[in-house]
Ligand binder design. Structure first.
Ligand code: IMJ
Length: 254
């Protein structure tokens, strides 16, 4: 149960977003949420989705590469909510070129952008959230298997997710004394905006169906359920972990 808890969700773009699945699960368990969106293109869709939780749902713009925008989000959330218990980081970006060619050709700029948007943002958000998490908290970030094994074309995002997972451990250490837990969900492939346009994504889904022990792909609702678990007291002693929600794919050697 998440009754009486407040949460802040980064990374909803549309109804297919993993962030949306986890937000719905948090609300179903009784949490009150605020949302951020990145860019005018998704402002409307995030607004329409968030309105499902009431007309006065807080929706704020946030480009996570801008310190001023992050500061503004936490200032407003502090004013409206007073305190914060939950934070979801479901944000990643690498320039498209970097996900198409060979990793060896990654430019300094693509590497920088991927790590700024996808990794540093978690550090910045955790630091800004901590002073509002006066009753303890749960921070959840999204990762992917490409962090630990080579997934063709995942390239610099794999390196960024490895840093995100390591960052999760260091944040868990720093924030543990404040009863703030920090964990990652490593999700199997899901057909979201971040997956669209990836060459051969249908084949990737089929590969998981064939090779994962459960012989199917993960459903967004199942990621929501794990997000709700990590947010709640059932996970009160879990921090710094990467939880695989991938139908068992990660255990396979061949
Ligand atoms: C992304 C690229 C290559 C292989 C991939 C993915 N596989 C999966 C993804 C196998 C599952 C999706 N994923 C886990 C991501 O983290 C995607 C991040 C992403 C996607 C894009 C596409 C559009 C763009 N930049 C992006 N940056 C990050 O321009």
């Amino acid at each position: 149960m998440l009754d009486g808890k407040t949460g802040l969700v980064f990374g909803v773009a549309n109804k297919r977003s993993i962030a949306w699945a986890i937000a719905q699960a948090w609300v179903r368990e009784g949490a009150r949420l605020a949302f951020t969106y990145q860019g005018e293109r998704v402002k409307e869709s995030v607004g329409e989705l968030a309105a499902a939780f009431g007309p006065d749902t807080l929706i704020l713009p946030c480009d996570v590469t801008k310190d001023e925008e992050i500061a503004n989000v936490f200032k407003v959330v502090g004013e409206k909510f007073g305190r914060l218990h939950l934070l979801l980081h479901s944000v990643a970006f690498a320039p498209k070129d970097a996900l198409e060619g060979e990793f060896v050709n990654t430019t300094r700029e693509a590497f920088r952008v991927a790590h700024d948007v996808s990794v540093y943002s978690l550090v910045a958000l955790a630091r800004a959230a901590a002073p509002l998490m006066t009753e303890g908290g749960s921070i959840v970030a999204m990762s992917y298997y490409g962090a630990e094994k080579v997934v063709p074309h995942y390239n610099v995002m794999g390196v960024a997710k490895a840093a995100l997972e390591a960052g999760t451990r260091y944040l868990a250490y720093d924030l543990g004394p404040k009863k703030i837990r920090v964990n990652c969900i490593s999700a199997g492939p899901v057909n979201t905006l971040a997956a669209r346009g990836i060459a051969g994504f249908t084949e990737i889904l089929r590969h998981y169906e064939t090779h994962a022990p459960l012989k199917r792909n993960v459903l967004p609702d199942e990621l929501g359920a794990t997000g709700a678990f990590l947010a709640g007291d059932g996970a009160a002693a879990i921090t710094g972990q990467v939880i695989y929600v991938d139908c068992g794919y990660q255990i396979m050697g061949m």
